[in-house]
Design a protein around this ligand. Structure first.
Ligand code: CP3
Length: 349
């Protein structure tokens, strides 16, 4: 791999010393940025944005043009895998994702195709190659996928859910069927992430947004186990590629998460960084975990809270600053600059 001009993020993932804590923001290319909103209205719809390599590249680079961030993240979505499987994905304004077909029976799972990512998700590989070329070794590029469990919640519920009655009903009624779906998604997700690695991403992150709706035993059985399989699959063919695992609301299973063989854990704001560090020792790096809603506060308060996160982690390597979840769509982008200033050592009073 060519030497990156800024490898702070990769060094921190490997728990190597860095000159300062690296920082990037989950959902850094999004609607809080006027530049994103104007690209989005120029393109029309979100799926076209994701599926057109030139637009996906432009969206990926937008936050880096405004902010001095230490990593870029591929502009795409965790739902592109089921979309490529023909489940009929659309994004309805103010309502989020909707699938026109949902998984309810064994026959639906048996019908799910096996993808060839180089063909069915070729626009992602093309976008990655274009982004890597445009980044010109300035900062690393993060590739990503959803966890099998989290993506399955959308495939079974058909949309973002509040109660998750359908997938939890399936889990208790027909656990074998759900395991069949999760096993299929594990294979497909491994292939999709391998294609992203082949196209040139420098690290991969797995988003498990909904792992936290399960109790510990069920989290391990239905979510963590499959993420661990993906980590093992990827590591056997790409031993040096750093893998970040982010299971929101699952701070009670950090030891088990660290044992998957991943390189870093993404943490939401409910986790105490010092305690997490004590638990995982030098096994993994930690990424997080400022409450995104802090961005609604005054600049002074944002500075205080950012500093508190840095202090809670303490000194020594292995911390990547980030929010504890995606940035809200209606915050002032100037407030993001306060976080970056504080992480870079600018004094705010
Ligand atoms: O972080 C980045 O800048 C990279 C791009 C990225 C998007 N989605 C773009 C996006 C990433 C990493 C994701 C991950 C994702 N997508 C997750 C996991 C992380 C998380 O936030 O929990 C989930 C659950 C999804 C599914 C999804 N995509 C939902 C529920 C929605 C609708 C809600 C919303 O925020 O609008 C999306 C749409 C989406 N994905 C947008 C963006 C920029 C907004 C689309 C628009 O322009 O209208």
């Amino acid at each position: 791999m060519t030497k990156l001009l800024n490898d702070r993020f990769l060094r921190a993932l490997h728990r190597q010393p860095v000159d300062r804590t690296p920082v990037w923001i989950m959902r850094q290319a999004g609607r809080y940025m006027p530049e994103y909103k104007s690209l989005r209205s120029r393109v029309g719809d979100f799926l076209t944005l994701c599926k057109t390599p030139e637009f996906a590249c432009e969206a990926t680079l937008l936050p880096l043009q405004r902010f001095d961030l230490d990593a870029a993240i591929l502009f795409s979505d965790i739902l592109m895998i089921p979309e490529a499987m023909g489940m009929g994905l659309s994004f309805v304004a103010e309502e989020g994702p909707k699938f026109s077909s949902v998984i309810t029976a064994a026959s639906d799972i048996n019908k799910l195709p096996c993808l060839d990512p180089e063909d069915d998700l070729s626009y992602i590989s093309a976008a990655i190659r274009l982004i890597v070329k445009n980044l010109n070794n300035s900062v690393p590029l993060i590739g990503f996928a959803g966890s099998p469990w989290t993506v399955a919640t959308y495939m079974v519920e058909g949309q973002t859910s509040k109660q998750f009655y359908k997938i939890k009903g399936l889990m208790y009624q027909e656990p074998r069927l759900l395991h069949q779906l999760l096993a299929h998604m594990t294979i497909e997700t491994t292939k999709a992430l391998q294609a992203q690695i082949n196209a040139g991403v420098n690290a991969v992150m797995m988003f498990d947004t909904w792992g936290g709706i399960l109790n510990d035993a069920l989290y391990k059985e239905f979510s963590l186990r499959y993420m661990a399989e993906i980590v093992a699959n990827l590591k056997s063919d790409n031993p040096t590629i750093p893998i970040i695992l982010f299971s929101k609301n699952s701070g009670r299973c950090l030891t088990e998460q660290a044992a998957t063989g991943c390189d870093a854990l993404g943490l939401d704001w409910t986790v105490n960084l010092a305690k997490a560090r004590e638990l995982v020792g030098d096994k993994v790096a930690l990424q997080g975990n400022l409450d995104p809603c802090v961005l609604y506060a005054s600049k002074q308060r944002i500075a205080v809270e950012t500093k508190a996160v840095l202090e809670q982690y303490g000194s020594g390597p292995g911390h990547i600053f980030n929010l504890g979840h995606g940035i809200p769509l209606d915050v002032d982008p100037d407030n993001v600059q306060v976080i970056l200033d504080v992480v870079k050592g600018v004094t705010w009073r």
